[in-house]
Design a protein around this ligand. Sequence first.
Ligand code: S3P
Length: 428
Amino acid sequence: MKVSGTVRPPGDKSISHRALLLGAVARGRSEFQGLLAGEDVQSTARVVRQIGAAVGAVRDGTLVRVTGRPWHRPRSVLHCGNSGTTARLLLGLLAGQPIPARLTGDRSLRTRPMRRVTEPLRAMGADIKEGPQDALPLTIRGGHLRPLTYTTPISSAQVKSALLFAGLAGNVAVTVREPYRSRDHTERLFLHLGLGLHARDGGVTYEPPTAPPRIAGFDLVIPGDASSAAFLVAAAALAEGGELLIENVGVNPTRTGFLVVLERMGVSVERLNLRDSGGEPVADLVARPAPAIRGTEVTAAEIPSLVDEVPVLAVLASRAGGGETVFRDVGELRVKESNRLELVAANLRALGGRAEAQGNDLFVSGGASSPRGRVETAGDHRLAMAFAVLGTLPGANVRLSERRSVAISYPGFFADLKRIGRPARHRD
Ligand code: S3P
């Protein structure tokens, strides 16, 4: 196909969750522009409404008003849908609230680990009752918290944010250290709101004020999601001609590791109009077809900055003319919306490629044959989008087990993919 035109990815999912949750604990009215209208953010909107916040309809392209009020005991279980971010960040805020609440989620979310947040929250003093599995559903009753200094064994922005949120809600100091720095949207929002936050000794510390802080309602313009833009960049890289302008993309360096890796793979993406929005860097991206894709090694230190882009990077790696690509230490992909480590490899093989998970590393070989076969997405939005991009190659026949999961993070994905591409004209 040939790519052309201009496209705007939907609002950043991570920032949208954080804006709604902080808007729900703020006193007074907040206004958010550019909030993602995908299903995961609808889940956050739903649960904060159940606890007392007034949240207007979350629709694409509209201003969303949130009025925070003191949280009350929810009348029914808080259903977090498919969203790990909703569940884990909400647990952090609930840890500081003297109300009982029960959390659950869909089939995928109910298999995802929660002890990574419940253990440190318990150490702070939250009362949490879980079943025998490390999973939802669980019941939390927060209240009086103790300060915490914690080193997480995994680099996870959800764990870090849950603990910083607990510090905020419980008005206690929290320091979090992690092996490699994960996305820092929570830290940037805290600073944007004038909350006491310091990066120190390879960790981040929330220092509460002497009197409990009263966060006033705030306004935020949310940039487009770099993780959604990554699929458009990949579609342009695989195209046979043209150029694509992707407008209004968040380019926070803790999120754009994929651009660094793409550069090594022979795919360069230009950044134009670098600007700031609510403490986050934003740019327009120009993506073009890659003359040749090369294999590379993606190090463990790089993974947190591209953790959601491994499926689409693996898809591109499967088109490398020269060599193998290895993603080091991506065991965390086993506990995402699906077992992405095994499914990326299995789906690439199902399409005629060579890929395998060895321990916690993912190996992908490059190849030239047209991908043909059926892809099992397991209801995982990022698998559906990554393999849909592979399906745009000439001669490809990629059948997805389902397409509706894209509504989690990018409801307009298939419409955008269609709009930016048109069949390339061949001489023969
Ligand atoms: C997210 C953090 C990452 C990421 C997820 C969103 C966030 O998860 O995969 O899509 O908004 O904090 P982990 O914290 O589990 O790495």
